[in-house]
Design a protein around this ligand. Structure first.
Ligand code: ZN
Length: 88
């Protein structure tokens, strides 16, 4: 089953792929657009495609999205609370 998923991802590669460094440079912009309700699939299609292919960038995206959503709602945890939760 995993081989089928891997083959699907390989088939789904595109000619104009972006690198992880480019993806991470655009991460904050993408999250802001998404939280603003903008059509991110149309505005940043290469970024969206990359996070669908790359687990590292997808994890970074998910983390920033969660933090940005908390920040916008005014419920951003303090550094002390994060340290206690994750035992950094
Ligand atoms: Zn990546």
């Amino acid at each position: 089953m995993k081989a089928i998923l891997l083959l699907k991802k390989i088939q789904d590669t595109r000619d104009a792929e972006i690198l992880c460094s480019t993806c991470l440079d655009q991460l904050a912009q993408f999250v802001d657009l998404e939280l603003d309700g903008q059509p991110v699939d149309d505005r940043m299609p290469q970024f969206k495609h990359h996070i669908g292919q790359c687990k590292v960038c997808h994890d970074e995206y998910q983390l920033l999205l969660d933090l940005a959503a908390m920040d916008r709602s005014g419920h951003l945890p303090t550094l002390e609370a994060l340290q206690q939760e994750f035992l950094i």
